[in-house]
Design a protein around this ligand. Structure first.
Ligand code: GUN
Length: 297
């Protein structure tokens, strides 16, 4: 059996189209565009690439993009003042402060300053709490994107065994909450888990979010499992290569022979993150404008 490849890139393109169409409707109803403010402190090359692609995607979806690039030595007071200004700005529906911040800045203090109703990353404790108790708020983009791929493929997840490998605040924990809300039986595994292969073997659904190249092996998987690979790891360059290949946390070539469906890296979960960010921003815009959020969002 060869697993079906879950095409996150195609799914993300459809979601972006839908968000774009609804963004136009929003503009007609609200008399303004939905707006996303992205704050980048310093010159981390990977962050610069992310911020540029977020800007392009926001504009392509018919939304306003406000970019704020601050020098690496920006003080916490200045950064907090900018966040306050964006909180108060009615043209700004969503605020995203690109992480990681330079070492002298406290990520948590900055996230805490963002209005929870503009926190389209879903990182604020208020939104983490809302997710934990089942209130509507904002859910972090990557796990929400994984959930969309899972329900698109499997439909009802009730009673399925799900194993999430990784317990980060950004992916593992919210992923587990979402699976639990969907009535899956959820296990969160991590670096101290005993017999990880044995735990993974039970899973109908495996979500790997550990950041270790090809750690999850084909032999660990249950026959017919659905595998969502959140990892993006660069291997050391092989001979003749300038850059190493990008691989996930799952040994794709092996897993393909055991799983029923699996996300590739790249082209699986990655493209979903920005698409969901645009979706969250448009949801924020409808809510902030006092308009009903369209059901299909
Ligand atoms: N850095 C890497 N991914 C993300 C993300 O989704 N949101 C923010 N704010 N920073 C990131």
């Amino acid at each position: 059996m060869t697993a079906e490849r879950i095409d996150g890139k195609a799914f993300a393109a459809l979601l972006r189209e839908r968000v774009g169409a609804l963004a136009t409707q929003f503009e007609h109803k609200a008399g303004r565009k939905a707006g996303l403010a992205v704050v980048l402190v310093g010159e981390d090359p990977a962050s610069q690439v992310y911020v540029r692609s977020k800007h392009k995607a926001t504009v392509a979806a018919g939304m306003e993009s406000f970019e704020h690039r601050l020098p690496a030595d920006t003080s916490e007071a200045d950064l907090l003042a900018l966040v306050e200004q964006l909180n108060a700005d009615e043209a700004v529906d969503g605020i995203l402060v690109q992480l990681p911040l330079p070492g002298h800045l406290d990520d948590q203090a900055v996230i805490a300053a963002i209005s929870p109703d503009k926190d389209v990353d879903g990182f604020h404790v208020t939104n983490a709490g809302r997710l934990a108790v089942g209130q509507s708020g904002f859910v972090p983009c990557t796990p929400l994107g994984c959930m969309m791929l899972l329900t698109d493929r499997l439909g009802d997840l009730s009673g399925l065994e799900a194993v999430v490998i990784g317990r980060s605040n950004i992916v593992g924990k919210p992923m587990a909450q979402l699976l639990l809300d969907a009535n899956a039986t959820v296990t969160i595994a991590h670096s101290r888990t005993k017999d990880l292969p044995g735990v993974v073997k039970r899973a109908d659904i495996v979500v790997a979010a550990v950041g270790r190249a090809e750690m999850v092996k084909a032999e660990w998987l249950k026959d017919g499992a659905t595998v969502i690979d959140v990892g993006i790891n660069r291997l050391p360059p092989a001979e003749g290569e300038e850059k190493g290949r990008l691989v996930g946390d799952v040994d794709y070539a092996g897993a393909e022979g055991v799983a029923s469906a699996i996300t590739p890296v790249p082209g699986g979960v990655g493209p979903m993150t920005i698409a969901v960010l645009l979706r969250n921003t448009l949801v924020a815009a409808y809510r902030n404008a006092g308009l009903a959020v369209p059901e299909i969002l």
